[in-house]
Ligand binder design. Sequence first.
Ligand code: AN7
Length: 350
Amino acid sequence: MRWPGVVEYYRDHLPVGDAEAVTLLEGNTPLIEAPRLARKIGIDARLFLKYEAMNPTSSFKDRGMTVAMTMARAEGASAVICASTGNTSASAAAYAARAGLKSFVIIPHGKIAIGKLSQAVMHGAQVVEIDGNFDDALRIVRAVAEQRGVTVVNSTNPYRLQGQKTASFEICDALGGPPDYHVLPVGNAGNISAYWMGYKEYRDAGVISELPKMMGFQAEGAAPIVHGHPIEDPETLATAIRIGNPVGWKTAEAARDESGGTIEMVTDGQIIDAYKLLASTEGIFAEPASAATIAGLRSLARADAIEAKTVVVCTLTGHGLKDPSNAIEVCAEPCRVPADLDAVLEVMGL
Ligand code: AN7
């Protein structure tokens, strides 16, 4: 079968009617088993990584964007707008180009990984940088939408979560059932809410009979849900999840509580360690925000919070290549020698 993208493949589960899909054939991403990483982390469970970096713009946002853009076009929108920490803007710009719609993106100046910014500008979005953070940008986006009738494609747009829930379907389809634990990074808290919705819908449709525990992780400097109040000046090197007042706060808490899961935080140091561990142990490159899941799983393992003989899925939300400057910074610089065999052999230590 030729994969048709998530709108066509899961149309019966999506509120899209017979709207013609705006698609880049997103979805159907690899679910990679990671036994070496599981051993290093110290869990006696089968560990799978849902590698969402393999979507067309290299993040999970494409699942939501195909549905949001399909419906924006079907409903006659002429332009879309979003606030973003980077990945949403990259995806919105690409899918707007595909749909023939104008796109505007409002982003915090200096806090967007370079790969994401390059995507937004290449796909023809009008990019506006503000001297403020994501929460400020979203406030402005909502006001623009209200006053000028431009369609918002942040996760305040319910079609976004509808699309993102299809990742849960794919995981259940691939494993023949749900995992016992599902670990995710939490920023604006849309994705954890979407996954939970997907699992519940598959249960209600009789496809699965159990539900996973939803385990969310925020970055320590941007952990409003963990602290129980908005964070005025969120700060983390995982810029994708540098969000102080998430839109999906309540639905994320519901996912946590209904599933018997948890939402906790990890430090930037733990995120960097996990980022390197994942890349060097399994050959999988994910951006720092995505590595927050691996850092989180490690801290759950240390607390003995993962039961033996279970199945764990971690979502890796975005590609490491989005944010290469972090990678270069945290690893030893390559050494430089003259173009000479002996010099090369010497530094190789062979
Ligand atoms: C790689 O692009 O919010 O909890 O504006 O890019 O659903 O927000 C990105 C979020 C995790 C958090 N991992 O997901 C944006 C934006 C990566 C991300 C998250 C984001 P949510």
